[in-house]
Design a protein around this ligand. Structure first.
Ligand SMILES: Nc1ncnc2c1ncn2[C@@H]1O[C@H](COP(=O)(O)OP(=O)(O)OP(=O)(O)O)[C@@H](O)[C@H]1O
Ligand SMILES: [Mg+2]
Length: 230
């Protein structure tokens, strides 16, 4: 599903170079539910942005779902991202002027899906995250947890092979965090591969595997022994 081999990422700013990923190797199989942990600045978001084809890297290779995506152009990356990847951000990134339904349907516009099918699929995705009754609201009229559920609906509306999330519960209280983790567990039970960054060890216990970063390297990679089920 995901195969990173010797991936190196260097940030260059004002003549300074920082190696944010130092030859990272990571294999994630279909159906896994993995959390990425590690201190601030250890390279978690850098790797997630590479996994999500949101950023390029300097050396190594990336195979996604059997396809070598190491050297795609921006247009090719956008297409693969639209078809294969759902990405959820800590800060939701919803379009404020669009309704929840329109927000969720947006990836389908890029995918060239007809208007009536877009509506059906967006409604179904909103139902899956428990928001079927709010579809004509705008993002500023709902809570943070509900915004994140909309963002998850938008991420799954295209039936991605993998759902990626960078600190999806970072802005949420503990009760809402568990609601989001339950949605991720349900999606994973239904076959979606999930990869998420979290700072909180408690949250990672709801996933199946914990990969730990330090200074741009993976320093530990363990199954969650007593996984918590919601
Ligand atoms: N766009 C950028 N330009 C220059 N340096 C960057 C950039 N983005 C990240 N870095 C640096 O790369 C390193 C890794 O950053 P990254 O954002 O991946 O860390 P992180 O593990 O996600 O941290 P956090 O837990 O705070 O989100 C840090 O030293 C950071 O300062
Ligand atoms: Mg980060």
């Amino acid at each position: 599903m995901i195969d990173l081999k010797n991936v190196v990422k260097i940030y260059r700013t004002g003549g300074e170079e920082l190696m944010a990923l130092k030859h990272v190797n990571l294999h994630i199989a279909e159906g896994e539910f993995t959390s990425i942990m590690g201190p601030s600045g250890s390279g978690k978001s850098t790797m997630m942005n590479i996994l999500g084809l949101l950023d390029r890297f300097d050396d190594g290779t990336y195979l996604l779902n059997g396809q070598n995506v190491t050297h795609l152009t921006d247009v090719q990356s956008a297409k693969v991202r639209n078809q294969e990847i759902g990405f959820v951000f800590q800060s939701f990134n919803l379009m404020p002027r669009m309704t929840l339904l329109e927000n969720v349907a947006l990836p389908l516009v890029y995918a060239g899906i007809s208007k009536s099918e877009r509506k059906d699929r967006a409604l179904k995705a909103l139902e899956q995250v428990g928001l079927a009754d709010r579809v004509h609201h705008r993002p500023n009229a709902i809570s943070g947890g509900q915004k994140q559920r909309v963002a998850i609906a938008r991420a799954i509306v295209n039936d991605p092979v993998v759902l990626m999330a960078d600190e999806p519960t970072g802005n949420l209280d503990s009760k809402t965090t568990l609601e989001i983790m339950k949605i991720f567990q349900d999606l994973n039970d239904n076959g979606t591969t999930v990869v998420m960054v979290t700072h909180e060890p408690d949250v990672a216990q709801y996933t199946k595997r914990i990969v730990s970063f330090k200074d741009g390297e993976i320093i530990a990679d363990n199954p969650v022994s007593e996984r918590k089920k919601l």
